[in-house]
Design a protein around this ligand. Structure first.
Ligand SMILES: Nc1ncnc2c1ncn2[C@@H]1O[C@H](COP(=O)(O)OP(=O)(O)OP(=O)(O)O)[C@@H](O)[C@H]1O
Ligand SMILES: [Mg+2]
Length: 402
């Protein structure tokens, strides 16, 4: 996820006491931090003002920086950027009076590893400080979070998430989380009958750790681990940003790849998943309505500050012999390259219908080959190339969405 690496850094690590620098908090919060951390941390009696933060940080080389993320949150973002550059081994923790989704996302984008609200998140703060000293850099081992987002409903986001995960699972520890709270098709696409689901995880979020999470997963014969949506839509409760962040942070510690199926939703869970993922796969089909909605999503992602290099655009159900829109039309209108294409193939529809993976159903099919090639998108790193948008027959349609 979009979090900095945090192996132990300063000399104090050797003594098992974390060297903590607190920035910009008021006296009451400072007291709560001291009380929470007790003897686990060495820290001053008063917080350091934002203006002096870098001078003190360079001198003390803290294991952890805890910064107030309230009124002066822009300062907290600036300091985080400098710390990440100059002291990349220092763990960053944002502390705030309340859990505001926009602020949580801003903090995560800036590189804060945790966002805590005291006194509720005492345990989280203690754990973050503890990890900075005792673990071998948890975030170095943290898995790659890949969000799959459909330009609109039905374009194949579940198909892509599930089959991409299956491509990766023979050699990696991979899981799929179904974050589509209205459709929830992952279990059906894999013919699974989950005994525990996303609803159980969110119900027990305060107690969630890696072990508990592992116990909640449903395991597919391909070794793919799945956290599915409940079968029914009764008692539906959608998680907020904070809850989704907790789930993702825990799951990324356990798996090398975490695939998130967000469907085409624009709710808090999907926006959070899109904002903090290491890679975002935007799935579109090659038709006007879908491409138009892909364009609207790209605009939204830009407004949310998501780095273009992290976004991969994938065209699903491509019929090269009989295209509704040509590749160059699509690229010109979106102002960027298409990173991968998946063929329109009856094998895909049949495999979905039978709850089977494409590669199990027919590994010699065109769609199986496309999916195999597509895996490189996730494993090879950044791929996006920009293209200059030009006026076209669709320009007026696209402008409607802006
Ligand atoms: N490459 C493909 N070739 C042929 N058919 C496909 C392909 N990809 C997906 N489909 C078909 O499209 C249907 C919808 O796919 P999927 O359920 O993955 O879409 P979705 O974007 O997750 O939809 P929803 O918005 O309902 O969550 C599938 O049932 C499958 O039959
Ligand atoms: Mg779906």
């Amino acid at each position: 996820m979009r979090t900095p690496g945090t192996p132990p850094s300063s000399a104090s690590s050797a003594s098992n006491t974390a060297n903590v620098l607190v920035i910009g908090t008021d006296t009451k919060t400072m007291g709560q931090i001291r009380e929470t951390l007790g003897t686990e941390a060495a820290l001053s009696n008063t917080a350091t003002p934002f203006d002096d933060a870098m001078v003190v940080a360079r001198r003390n080389r803290p294991d952890v920086v805890i910064a107030a993320f309230d009124v002066e949150f822009e300062e907290a973002i600036r300091v985080a950027q400098q710390i990440k550059q100059e002291l990349p081994k220092t763990a960053l923790v944002a502390i705030a009076q309340k859990a505001d989704p926009d602020r949580i996302r801003a903090a995560m984008r800036a590189g804060y590893r945790e966002y805590v609200v005291l006194p509720d998140d005492r345990e989280l703060l203690r754990q973050a400080v503890h990890d900075s000293v005792f673990s071998d850099g948890p975030d170095d081992d943290a898995g790659e979070v890949v969000t799959v987002w459909g330009a609109k409903g039905g374009v194949g986001s579940t198909f892509v998430a599930v089959n991409l995960a299956a491509e990766l699972s023979p050699v990696q520890r991979v899981c799929v989380l179904d974050l589509d709270f209205s459709m929830g098709d992952v279990a059906a696409m894999l013919d699974l009958d989950p005994q525990t689901t996303m609803a159980d995880v969110f119900k027990n979020l305060q107690r969630l750790d890696e072990r508990m999470l592992n116990g909640q997963m449903t395991i597919h014969p391909s070794k793919l681990h799945v956290l599915a949506q409940p079968k029914t839509l009764d008692h539906r409760e959608e998680p907020n940003s904070d809850a989704v962040m907790r789930l993702l942070t825990t799951v990324a510690k356990s798996y090398q790849y975490v695939l998130l199926d967000c469907g085409s939703r624009l709710d808090e869970a999907a926006i959070t998943a899109a904002t903090v993922a290491d890679r975002l796969i935007l799935v579109s089909t090659p038709d006007v309505l879908s491409v138009k909605n892909a364009w609207r999503r790209l605009q939204l992602l830009e407004r949310l500050g998501v780095d273009k290099k992290r976004i991969s655009l994938v065209l699903n159900r491509v019929d090269k012999k009989n295209p509704l829109l040509t590749l160059s039309d699509i690229e010109q209108n979106l102002g960027r390259k298409v990173d991968a294409q998946l063929s329109d193939d009856r094998v895909a529809a049949r495999a979905v219908n039978e709850g089977r993976l494409v590669r199990e159903y027919d590994r010699r099919s065109q769609i199986a080959k496309d999916l195999e090639a597509f895996t490189g998108l996730v494993t090879d790193g950044e791929v996006t190339h920009e293209k200059k948008p030009s006026a076209s027959i669709f320009a007026s349609i696209f402008k409607l969405g802006g």
